[in-house]
Design a protein around this ligand. Structure first.
Ligand code: NOJ
Length: 730
């Protein structure tokens, strides 16, 4: 039984019906409103006395009130003073940890490890619930193909297959086996839908998306979240095919409820109901509230419109009370499923016991290690790769980010505390003592170059340089779109001066999105992508730099060479003039390669892996009718560790279809396996391709497999692999 059916049990329905019968219109509307206690991420137009409102039964949910004592105090107003004693649902953006901060979601996706994502979400739930929160606005599952969009950092990357696997894992972790467990919190699938498609990568911008792209790219992770039992959804800010997502009946009711059978409730994004007016979709507050509720937005986050307009709409006859009743039922179902009626308060003794526990720190460190992507590792003249570092070397550590605790946390680390973070500088210092020379160089946003000379001097005194550059924490996340994706400020100048010393250099990148680093990729021998790693940044990095952890992360977003190549993603549709082809009249640019700097799936290791050619396990003929009736195709390859260290490799299975009723992408990821191999060890990896992997939305928008030529690559990244081909017969 999935959780989605558990919050729709006859038992819960009966309780909801009994309560609904007793509620006044005002009390019903109260369940549909949510107000914030701080951390405004938009206009703060709902200033209410929450305690007074709670005592009247007029507030369904509060966001951003934190602490067992604080939430209990407000809960008491609702439970003890209001007529019906309906508990408040406390919520917060617990996006990558509550107090123990693990890497940002984009980094977590680079682990390609659903288990660690689930464990991290569980840790966040246990910590967060101790502080009174039973609802998190996570996971964000917006597919993002544009690195200019700062919120690419909050999701699982550009691929819908990986996005589905991870969306489900996050939901399982937060919600646990049983939503009524006081250590569980209800998850929120956001932002429904296609928010990641913002034109120009500009946050909140219009999204122009076809039905096909919606179905194939943006919707699948949301469906996977429902299958994993997610209890709530958040409607997005953007328009979808010219309708604001927060009033889109086709999506919120047509797809979500009627087609997918979602039984939980939908909350708007912050003031996204109010924003129907600037969109020009509603003329005034009444219209906005009416359109959003009728479309299927059950709870209003902070626009103040449901609370002020819904009763008037009912009185004037424009809104049937049954529509309100249905929304209230959905909200109450989740409150009953969470066990809030029996257990409305948080045990105040839990906070200290579960916060920053050693085992949480160990998990956050493991996650950070797994998320690092070794982009490059070559020799600096002597042919021997610069990484891992050798013990005994004197190390010059350069860069402001190496010593910036707050910049390790990433956006939305709302309850994260910089003082909890161990930085790269601290960890290297405790390992190396006076064999470490630190020079700050230049700050990320500074225009002055005075610090460069001291950094160069430090480099000349060392055997090897580790230079930490990138973005500050506040450069990714909401409302952080960028038009330039190179290293900000004078960091490249600093790097160039350090590289010019001739010392071996390791570039550690801290950033929340792909950056354009063509000079760096050409001139720096070793580059480790560390993202924004969280509380345990330092210890995780030191282990990776010294080879005590062998990097195994793989990119989940393409790294472009220049901003001008964007959008650039691996699963693009085939063109009629592909490369390689003729000399000139083929798709590409006259001033830049059409290829990425680092492709989707890319990531090196301190060992090396060799893949055998891909092959089908059987030569038997395959018919499409068999596939559409449960048949499958087995495909395999052997991965061998050809180096001298143990290492983990993410073997990726891609398909390509030709001869179909619509043009298909050049490749699509349809599976992956992470294998740990000893030096010299080989392992056969096998993937089963069923209609789930081979079906697509055909010319008639039916999701089925078609007769075609199938190509399969089992490969280390999206541009590699020796393929196998077969014909799938009619
Ligand atoms: C706006 C953001 O878009 C959303 O992701 C977040 O959950 C809400 N604000 C609440 O903070």
């Amino acid at each position: 039984m999935t959780l989605s059916t558990s919050f729709r049990s006859p038992h819960i329905d009966q309780k909801v019906a009994g309560l609904l019968e007793q509620m006044t219109l005002e009390e019903k509307i109260g369940q549909l409103v949510q107000f914030s206690s701080g951390n405004a991420t938009g206009p703060d137009n709902a200033k209410v006395d929450q305690a007074e409102l709670a005592a009247q039964g007029g507030i369904g949910s509060v966001l951003n009130l934190v602490g067992a004592r604080e939430t209990n105090a407000l809960q008491r107003c609702a439970m003890e003073k209001s007529r019906l004693g309906i508990p408040i649902l406390f919520s917060r953006d617990i996006i990558h940890g509550f107090r123990t901060i693990y890497p940002i979601p984009l980094a977590m996706s680079a682990t390609w490890d659903a288990d660690i994502a689930e464990q991290c979400a569980r840790m966040a739930a246990v910590e967060g619930t101790a502080h009174g929160i039973r609802w998190t606005f996570s996971p964000m599952m917006d597919i993002a193909r544009d690195a200019r969009w700062g919120r690419i950092s909050e999701g699982n990357g550009e691929d819908p297959w990986l996005g589905q696997v991870l969306a489900a894992a996050w939901v399982r972790g937060y919600q646990g086996q049983d939503l009524s467990d006081p250590l569980s919190m209800v998850a929120c699938a956001k932002h429904f839908v296609a928010y990641g498609g913002a034109e120009g990568g500009r946050d909140y911008n219009t999204v122009d998306v076809s039905d096909r792209v919606l179905r194939e790219i943006y919707l699948p992770p949301f469906k996977a979240a429902i299958d994993a039992g997610v209890g709530t959804f958040m409607s997005a800010f953007n328009t979808v095919q010219s309708v604001p997502a927060s009033a889109d009946v086709r999506m919120l009711t047509g797809v979500l409820r009627d087609e997918w059978g979602f039984q939980g409730f939908v909350v708007s994004d912050w003031n996204s109901i109010g924003e129907l007016i600037p969109h020009g979709y509603a003329l005034k507050g009444e219209d906005a509230a009416l359109k959003a509720l009728i479309a299927g937005v059950d709870m209003d986050m902070q626009s103040n419109l449901y609370i002020t307009k819904l009763s008037g709409l009912v009185e004037s006859g424009r809104l049937k009370v049954e529509v309100i009743d249905e929304a209230v039922r959905r909200v109450l179902r989740i409150k009953f499923a969470l066990g809030l009626f029996e257990n409305p308060y948080t045990d105040e003794s839990r906070e200290a016991a579960v916060t920053l526990k050693p085992e949480w720190l160990a998990l956050a460190q493991k996650a950070a290690e797994e998320s690092f992507v070794l982009l490059k590792n070559e020799g600096a003249g002597d042919g021997k790769p610069v990484l891992p570092l050798q013990s005994g070397q004197t190390v010059a550590l350069i860069g402001a980010l190496a010593d910036s605790a707050k910049d390790m946390l990433g956006s939305w680390a709302l309850s994260g505390v910089p003082g909890d973070v161990t930085t790269l500088r601290q960890s290297l210092e405790s390992r190396l003592g006076d064999k470490l020379i630190y020079a700050r160089g230049v700050g990320v946003h500074e225009e002055g170059t005075d610090g460069i000379a001291a950094a160069v001097e430090a480099a000349t005194r060392a055997d090897v340089v580790v230079i930490a550059l990138g973005e500050t924490s506040d450069m990714s996340g909401e409302a952080t779109s960028r038009t330039r994706l190179s290293l900000p400020g004078k960091q490249l100048e600093l790097l160039q001066a350090v590289v010019a010393t001739g010392k071996p250099v390791v570039l550690v990148l801290f950033n929340g999105r792909p950056l354009t680093i063509p000079w760096e990729a050409e001139h720096v021998p070793a580059i480790l992508e560390a993202w924004l790693p969280g509380t345990q940044a330092g210890p995780a990095l030191v282990r990776a730099l010294y080879g005590e952890y062998n990097p195994s992360g793989k990119l989940t977003t393409t790294f472009p060479r220049t901003v001008g190549q964007i959008p650039l993603y691996y699963n693009c549709e085939r063109t009629g003039r592909p490369r390689p082809g003729g000399d000139r009249f083929i798709t590409g640019y006259i001033d830049e390669s059409h290829l990425p700097l680092y492709p989707f799936g890319w990531g090196l290791s301190y060992t090396s892996f060799e893949y055998s050619p891909t092959r089908f396990s059987s030569e038997a003929e395959v018919r499409v009718s068999d596939l559409n009736h449960g048949g499958s195709i087995q495909v395999e390859a052997t991965v061998k560790n050809t180096g001298s260290r143990e290492g983990a490799e993410v073997a990726q299975c891609y398909i390509g279809l030709r001869g179909t009723s619509v043009v298909r992408p050049v490749r699509e990821l349809k599976g992956f396996q992470k294998v740990l191999l000893q030096p010299g060890e080989s392992r056969k990896v096998t993937f089963s391709l069923t209609s789930k992997e081979l079906a697509f939305w055909n010319i008639d928008m039916q999701f089925i497999a078609e007769p075609c030529e199938l190509t399969v690559w089992i490969a280390p990244h999206a541009q590699a692999g020796e393929p196998a081909k077969m014909i799938i017969e009619a």
